[in-house]
Design a protein around this ligand. Structure first.
Ligand code: BGC
Length: 703
């Protein structure tokens, strides 16, 4: 974490009155705190969110006050970014987000969202990265560094165990401490320790009965005392419920959703509590220190301002970076008989079927909404890439009813659209179905009811495949959907998350072979909802209390350990070329570093196909002699290699003690047991190509 001159904090703190201090620790606008002009302390200006800088709101109301000057770059969602499995893309995406935020005059960008994808139907999954803590750890750090290089604070959210939208302001989460430490905390810890996140956002949900945004356990015991966090903690908007608890916890800034700022819990009520000695002023001083430290880190105070990065938004460089990230995020799930890519010069007519072909998604989803400068839809992308020689015919294929129409009989219109689409599919050289979800489903504030494709799309896909078995199926969505009704019949299935303003162009380039796909699933795609551990073992989507009974068996940790066949496994993603894995070498060194182990895993990866491409090589560790039940294997390292045809490279991934431990509740620390461990190197969690064993002789502990 960036060091600052603490004497400057002492100096300012000594000059602040209690009233001024209180004004700095709560919203004085929907998205900012108050300035103390007398001392040159500016307001702290914040904005959502993970996919770009949100539109401009009035100071005290949720009213958009700008017309066109707050249009911005719309970045790939965190789910798309995670599918790249690329630290470099994470860093570049961060740089774009930070520059845009600074360009719009913001100090804090309320991103990234990294909550664990515990269930496939959590409404905000599209904003989050993965079901796997190690993948999150590895991507969140460069993403945050990229953001903060622009003198803008990242605000990693929502701490912690915030994994459902149902009853989101009150739901009380219960889980064992081991799962918290192994699954739900590591991303946040890495955001702080490795990414150096200047701020962090509390969550709406309760954990063990305490509201997360004012939780003594989360914010004081874990974040401050154990992890030594000295950045600023911001509540989720309306996440504070009690003056005393918030005032005495590790929370620094209370934000909320209404304009009655003086009555926020950490405004007049807290002032009163301090004045009447119910709460000690030293609690307030701690908060002020964290806020001033954050401002110093951002070059916001005094002469530092001359050095502050200025940022910019909507630059062509940003658009290029966004395209590159989108290209790497697209996942080729199935490609039987090398159905893809489509040979552009061999076709005269192309049918594009399905409303997600023409839909744009930027402006939906809740707080992640973006007023995009532009957004290229898949249909536009295809037409732009194909040019004038291919006749592209579009059929909606299904009807998306408006809210009012939902009540009426819209099915009849839908049937007509389906028939038109099927007819079109019969008479064109190539057919691409572009189906999926939209932000009616992938949405803050509500979870999906099931994993099914809405609007009768399963039927559409089946009927189109029946008349044209070569039809390519593309799903654009923010979270997994059931595919069993047609996945065996489709030869090619392509997946795109909401991939930003260049998403349609990126998708077209993949479909037409101008880009070789290299995205990999950062989450398991179950066959059906009840296969998912949050539903088959645990509780999800309830009001009141929710218990994560599945414990550490989240995502592939469950599917692979319990032999439940997914539709597509974690880490899966095909390429138009092929890769051969060979020569596994594992070197174990337990003596040259004190209290740690060095395990060097090396393998040779060769591109055996005719096209240049990229492979994400994944390393999983399986504990063979654990004294407690552990997942059958866990991702502990990965690297993305770019290879020309016939080229081979040696990938080297180093593992340390934190790749072997489990959280030992009795010892209150992670424990590495001596014994045998299998090292697996593969292309997905279920496509392990090489294995080897090591034996650790020592026992290690770590936090
Ligand atoms: C969301 C946060 C968001 C905040 C401000 C809340 O409803 O949970 O993610 O940053 O609003 O818009």
């Amino acid at each position: 974490m960036k060091k600052v001159d603490e004497t400057r904090i002492d100096d300012l703190l000594s000059q602040l009155t209690l009233e001024e201090k209180i004004s700095m620790i709560h919203g004085e606008g929907i998205f900012q705190t108050a300035a103390v002009e007398r001392l040159g302390i500016p307001a702290l200006k914040m904005s959502d969110g993970p996919m770009g800088v949100r539109k401009e709101f009035a100071l005290d109301q949720w009213i958009n006050v700008s017309s066109t000057d707050d249009q911005v770059s719309y970045l790939p969602s965190n789910s798309a970014l995670a599918s790249t499995w690329s630290r470099e893309q994470a860093y570049k995406t961060g740089k774009v987000l930070g520059a845009e935020a600074r360009g719009r005059g913001k100090d804090v960008i309320l991103a990234p969202g990294i909550n664990i994808k515990r269930s496939p139907i959590c409404g905000r999954n599209f904003e989050y990265m993965s079901e796997d803590p190690r993948l999150i750890e590895e991507l969140v750090a460069p993403l945050i560094k990229g953001i903060q290089e622009n003198d803008v604070a990242a605000c990693v959210k929502h701490f912690a165990a915030n994994n459902q939208e149902t009853d989101r302001l009150a739901v009380d989460t219960y889980l064992d401490k081991r799962s918290l430490r192994e699954i739900y905390f590591p991303g946040f810890k890495a955001a702080i320790d490795k990414g150096g996140s200047y701020t962090i956002m509390g969550a709406y949900n309760r954990l063990f009965g305490e509201h997360s945004s004012q939780s003594e356990y989360l914010l004081t015991s874990i974040l401050r005392d154990e992890w030594g966090y000295d950045g600023a903690v911001i509540s989720d908007w309306g996440g504070v419920h009690d003056t005393r608890e918030a005032g005495q916890s590790g929370l620094d800034i209370e934000m909320s959703v209404d304009g009655d700022f003086d009555n926020y819990y950490m405004a007049d009520p807290l002032l009163e509590a301090v004045r009447s000695s119910k709460i000690k002023e030293e609690y307030i001083d701690k908060k002020i220190r964290n806020i001033l430290r954050t401002m110093l880190r951002l070059n916001m105070l005094g002469d530092d301002r001359r050095d502050r990065a200025t940022g910019t938004y909507n630059s062509p460089e940003h658009q290029r970076a966004i395209l590159e990230c989108a290209e790497e995020s697209i996942i080729l799930l199935k490609n039987q008989d090398n159905r893809l890519p489509i040979q552009k010069d061999k076709i005269k007519t192309l049918a594009v079927i399905g409303q997600n072909a023409e839909r744009v998604h930027a402006s939906g989803g809740g707080s992640a909404e973006i007023k995009a400068l532009y957004e290229i839809s898949p249909l536009l992308g295809l037409k732009m890439q194909l040019g004038g020689e291919v006749e592209v015919k579009y059929a909606k294929g299904y009807y998306v009813p408006t809210k009012i129409e939902k009540e009426l009989n819209w099915q009849q219109d839908s049937l007509k659209l389906l028939q038109e689409a099927v007819l079109l599919a019969k008479e064109t050289d190539e057919v691409i179905i572009i189906a999926g979800l939209d932000h009616e489903y992938d949405c803050e504030g509500k979870d999906r009811e099931d994993m099914k494709l809405p609007y009768g799309q399963d039927r559409l896909i089946k009927e189109v495949l029946a008349v044209n078995p070569n039809a390519v199926v593309v799903i654009v969505a923010g979270s997994p959907v059931e595919m069993g009704a047609w996945s065996d019949d489709a030869k090619a299935i392509v997946w795109s998350y909401y991939a930003g303003m260049e998403g349609g162009r990126a998708l077209a380039k993949v479909l037409l072979g101008q880009v070789n796909p290299s995205g990999k699933l950062a989450e398991t795609f179950p066959k059906k909802l009840m296969d998912s551990p949050a539903h088959s073992i645990g509780e999800f989507g309830k009001y009141g209390k929710v218990t994560y009974k599945e414990g550490v068996y989240v995502g592939y940790r469950y599917f692979d350990s319990y032999n439940v066949e997914p539709e597509f496994p974690f880490g899966h993603g095909l390429s138009y070329t092929s890769f051969e894995y060979s020569n596994l070498e594992i070197e174990l060194d337990e003596s040259s570093v004190e209290d740690d182990v060095n395990v060097r895993v090396r393998a040779t990866i060769r591109n055996t196909g005719a096209l240049a491409g990229a492979e994400v090589v994944q390393v999983y560790v399986a504990s063979k002699e654990a004294s407690i039940p552990r997942p059958i294997h866990e991702l502990k390292g990965f690297d993305k290699l770019y290879l020309e045809p016939n080229e081979e490279k040696i990938v080297e991934i180093c593992l340390h003690k934190d790749s072997f431990g489990f959280y030992d509740e009795d010892g209150c620390s992670f424990l590495v047991e001596p014994g045998e461990y299998e090292i697996q190197v593969g292309s997905s969690s279920r496509d392990i190509r090489l294995t080897g064993n090591i034996k650790l002789n020592k026992k290690y502990r770590y936090q």
